[in-house]
Design a protein around this ligand. Structure first.
Ligand code: FAD
Length: 411
C-alpha cells in the first residue's frame, strides 16, 4: 500500500483497459484515485481480447496504424509512449510479454485475464479505490466535479471519462461516455463499427460457409479500386469474416455510411499472376488426362470451393473430364480463381465489432494532457475518443498510451 502524497481527488469512470491503466499510473504517482465501473468486475472486455490471449500491443506502433477525424491527434501520445516505453512499464509491474514475427505482442501467459489481474491488483496496491456495479448516470461541474450513481452524489477535483465505446454491449460496450461528454458541450464524431464482419446478400457465398483460406482482397468503392490487403477470409452464412475482412471493414463501413457502393474482389492466388496460374492449370491438365475435371483444382484450393469456381467460370456442366476443357475454359477458371466479386451490403454492427470508429471530437481535447478544452477538470482516455487503430494490438496500445499521457501530465 502506498503513502498518498497528493490530495487531488480524481474519479475515473470505467475500469476497462484505459481506466485500469490510468488508475494504476495515477495511484503510483500518489493521487487519490476512485474508479467507478458499471460491471461487477474490472476489465470484462480486456479479458476477452485477442480470443482470450490479449494482443496487448505491437512492436511497430506508428501513427499510420491509427484513424481519427484529425489523424495527427494521437502523434504526441504514441511518440511519448511507444512500444519500448510500454514494454519497460510492463517490466516494472511484472507483466511479461512475448512478441511474434509480425510484431504482435501478448502477455507471456497468453491469458488476457492475467493482464486484467495485474493491472487491477497493482492499482489496488498503490491505493486506488474501486466501486463495481456502479453506473455513473450524470456528471456536472461547478466548483468541483459532481458525479451521480444510484442517487448518490460524489465530489471530485477531476474526472476522467474512460467509458470506452459502444462496441459489444455484452462486454460492457455503451454509449454513456458520448452522452456524458455531450452534456458537457462536446461534439461526437458519428460512431460506426470497425474491425467487424461484413454482410453480403450473395447467396452463393453463403453456401461456402465455414471455408477459411489465405487470399488477397481488393476493396472497390463505387467501382473505384481503393485498397488491397493480404490475409485470411472466412466465408459465412451471412457474408465474410477473417482478419483481412476485419482490416477492411473500417473503410467499407465508412463508405456505406456515406452512401457509397462497396464490393470486394477476392484473389485466391495472390502469389501467382494470371499467366503463371494459367500455365499451372495447363500443366496439370496435361499431367491428368481423362480425369474428372475437378481434379484440376483438387489440392490447389479448398475442396469446398471447387464446384463454386467451376460455376463462376461458367464451364459447361456437360464437360465432365479434364480432356473436355479447352484453353478458353482454363482462362475462365484462372479469372474466377483470381477475382471472386462479392457485393457488401452492411456489417454485423456494433454488437459484433471489436472497435468503434468515431467518438468524442479530438479537436476539443488537448493531445498532450487529454484534458477537455471545453471543461477544465474533465479528461478522456481510450476508445471513447475519436481514435481507433488497425487490428494487431493497436487499439489496446491506444488505451495504454492515452491513459499514460494523461497521468504523466497531471500534477
Ligand atoms: C472481442 C474483442 C477483442 C479485442 N481484441 C483486441 C486485441 O487483441 N488487441 C487490441 O489492441 N484491441 C482489442 N480489442 C479492442 C480493445 O478491447 C478496446 O479498444 C479497449 O478495451 C478500449 O479500452 P477502453 O478502456 O477505452 O474501453 P473498455 O475496455 O470498453 O472499458 C470501458 C469501461 O467503462 C465502463 N463504463 C462505461 N460507461 C460507464 C458508466 N457510465 N459508469 C460506469 N462504468 C462505465 C464499461 O463497463 C467498461 O468496463 C478487442 C475488442 C473486442 C470487443
Amino acid at each position: 500500500m502506498s503513502q498518498k502524497n497528493n490530495t487531488t481527488n480524481i474519479a475515473i469512470i470505467g475500469a476497462g483497459a484505459s481506466g485500469l491503466f490510468c488508475a494504476l499510473c495515477l495511484a503510483k504517482k500518489g493521487f487519490l484515485v476512485t474508479v467507478f465501473e458499471k460491471n461487477n468486475k474490472p476489465g470484462k472486455k480486456l479479458a476477452a481480447t485477442g480470443n482470450g490471449k490479449c494482443n496487448i500491443s505491437n512492436t511497430n506502433i506508428s501513427l499510420a496504424n491509427y484513424f481519427s477525424s484529425n489523424p495527427s491527434f494521437s502523434k504526441y501520445a504514441l511518440e511519448h509512449f511507444g512500444f519500448e516505453k510500454f514494454s519497460k512499464f510492463c517490466d516494472e509491474i511484472g507483466l511479461n510479454l512475448t512478441t511474434n514475427e509480425n510484431g504482435k505482442t501478448y502477455p507471456s501467459s497468453l491469458q488476457a485475464s492475467s493482464v486484467v489481474e495485474i493491472l487491477y491488483q497493482e492499482a489496488l496496491f498503490y491505493g486506488a479505490i474501486f466501486h463495481f456495479s456502479t453506473y455513473i448516470e450524470d456528471l456536472t461541474f461547478e466548483k468541483k466535479a459532481k458525479i451521480i450513481a444510484h442517487n448518490t452524489q460524489y465530489e471530485f477535483d477531476k474526472v476522467i471519462l474512460a467509458t470506452g465505446s459502444i462496441a459489444m454491449e455484452k462486454l460492457g460496450g455503451t454509449n454513456s461516455g458520448y452522452e456524458l461528454a455531450k452534456k458537457l458541450g462536446h461534439s461526437i464524431i458519428e460512431p460506426f463499427p470497425s474491425l467487424v464482419q461484413l454482410t453480403s446478400h450473395n447467396k452463393e457465398i453463403h453456401f461456402l460457409s465455414g471455408v477459411k483460406t489465405e487470399v488477397a482482397i481488393t476493396i472497390f468503392i463505387n467501382n473505384q479500386r481503393s485498397k488491397s490487403i493480404e490475409g485470411d477470409i472466412l466465408f459465412t452464412n451471412y457474408g465474410v469474416s477473417g482478419n483481412a475482412i476485419l482490416d477492411l471493414s473500417r473503410e467499407a463501413n465508412q463508405a456505406m455510411l456515406e452512401g457509397s457502393y462497396v464490393d470486394i474482389v477476392v484473389d485466391l492466388f495472390p502469389q501467382n499472376d494470371k499467366n503463371k496460374l494459367l500455365a499451372l492449370l495447363e500443366k496439370k491438365k496435361k499431367a491428368l488426362p481423362n480425369r474428372p475435371k475437378e481434379f484440376l483444382l483438387l489440392s490447389l484450393i479448398n475442396s469446398k470451393l471447387i464446384d463454386f469456381i467451376f460455376k463462376k467460370a461458367k464451364i459447361d456442366p456437360n464437360k465432365i473430364t479434364t480432356d473436355h476443357l479447352d484453353k478458353k475454359d482454363l482462362q475462365s477458371l484462372t479469372y474466377a480463381l483470381k477475382s471472386i466479386k462479392i457485393e457488401i451490403d452492411g456489417s454485423k454492427g456494433f454488437e459484433n465489432a471489436e472497435v468503434v470508429a468515431g467518438g468524442v471530437n479530438v479537436d476539443e481535447i488537448d493531445p498532450k494532457t487529454m484534458e477537455s478544452k471545453l471543461q477544465s477538470g474533465l479528461y478522456f482516455c481510450g476508445e471513447v475518443i475519436d481514435v481507433d487503430g488497425d487490428c494487431g494490438g493497436y487499439n489496446l496500445h491506444w488505451a495504454w498510451a492515452s491513459g499514460y499521457i494523461l497521468a504523466s501530465s497531471m500534477s
